[in-house]
Ligand binder design. Structure first.
Ligand code: ES4
Ligand code: ZN
Length: 325
């Protein structure tokens, strides 16, 4: 069998994609010109040269600067539409898309503008055969109060997102900081996820589960350092949305051959493969599959397991999930 062809062609769900991280340099420059925004880079090539990261923070600084070109509803639409076409190409049938409203509202862009453009692209994607939904992420380096204000601003648009997440600088900003925000979101019937155990310790994964009561863990690769946590994740079938090329570029693992995806799968965890910030990390979801399989020797059984895990771990309706699986 041709494993790369199978990986590319198999139906899959993408559960960990930051839409602002799908903004390719070419579109970034196009939007900068359209909006009269000056970027601190002379050209697309100059910008791409800056994509040499040493850890999460060195990436986030450049990622937030890149988002400064997004001003109008159409900009958010065009960015999301470009991603959704790319997702279709990779046979993504279901996409649960993170967005960071605080990155935009802090610059005077309204919640309505951000969610209007993103949601319109998700609606249009039905015609591509991609079922796309939005997950609002709180920036964990900002305060609890700012998270509550963001939730308030989003609630008039409650029908345009299915859940909330927690992202940005992890170490020093443990899940507990947002206990009350997530409790409120839970009361509202929103789905709950959080980044945990990307650079941060297993303790942050425990508190994401036990304090925030999240349904999935984004990244979670540091969980492998804690056998009791591994048992908990396996027993409760908590999905981990793993992003191998992200982990490589942010130096969570020194090379892909050292990545622990195989160990997570072999321990019975509901691990999935995702792209995180594909415009910055050098590949969309299929590139993540192809490069990780080539480097770690995963086989055809792992491929089917990862495809099934992606639909099981999704927030699609049970009836749709059964059709996918
Ligand atoms: C992110 Cl790779 C990563 N980690 C945490 N927060 C993020 N936001 C966008 N990409
Ligand atoms: Zn992420």
């Amino acid at each position: 069998t041709d494993l790369p062809a199978l990986l590319a062609a198999m139906p899959k769900a993408e559960l960990h994609i930051h839409i602002e991280g799908s903004l390719e340099p070419e579109l970034m420059f196009q939007l900068a010109r359209r909006n009269g925004v000056t970027l601190p880079y002379a050209s697309v090539e100059d910008l791409r040269k800056a994509y040499a990261f040493s850890n999460l923070q060195s990436f986030l600084d450049i990622y937030y600067a890149g988002a400064s070109v997004l001003l109008h509803e159409q900009d958010f639409h065009d960015m999301a539409w470009a991603y959704l076409q790319r997702a279709r190409h990779d046979n993504v049938l279901r996409a649960e898309i993170f967005f960071d409203p605080q990155t935009h509202t802090a610059r005077g862009v309204s919640m309505e503008t951000v969610m209007g453009g993103l949601h319109r692209a998700c609606t249009d994607a039905k015609n591509l055969g991609v079922d796309a939904e939005l997950i609002l992420c709180f920036l964990r380096h900002l305060s609890e109060q700012e998270a509550f204000e963001t939730l308030e601003a989003a609630l008039p648009l409650r029908d345009r997102f299915i859940g909330v997440g927690l992202d940005s600088s992890e170490v020093g900003h443990p899940p507990e900081k947002f206990a009350r925000v997530f409790a409120r979101c839970r009361e509202l019937g929103l789905h709950l996820v959080a980044h945990a155990g990307e650079e941060g310790p297993p303790e942050y994964v425990w508190s994401a589960l036990d304090v925030l009561k999240v349904e999935r863990i984004d990244h979670g690769v540091q969980s492998a350092r804690d056998p009791a946590l591994m048992q908990r994740l396996a027993q409760d079938r908590i999905p981990l949305t793993v992003c191998p090329l992200s982990n490589l570029k942010l130096r969570v693992f020194p090379d892909l051959a050292q990545h622990n995806l195989r160990a997570l799968l072999d321990a019975g965890l509901v691990a999935t493969v995702n792209s995180d910030d594909p415009a910055y990390f050098g590949g969309y979801i299929n590139a993540n599959f192809l490069q990780t399989f080539a480097a770690t020797g995963l086989d055809v059984r792992h491929a089917y397991q990862l495809a099934r895990n992606s639909f099981e771990g999704s927030f699609a309706q049970a009836s749709a999930k059964r059709r996918y699986i």
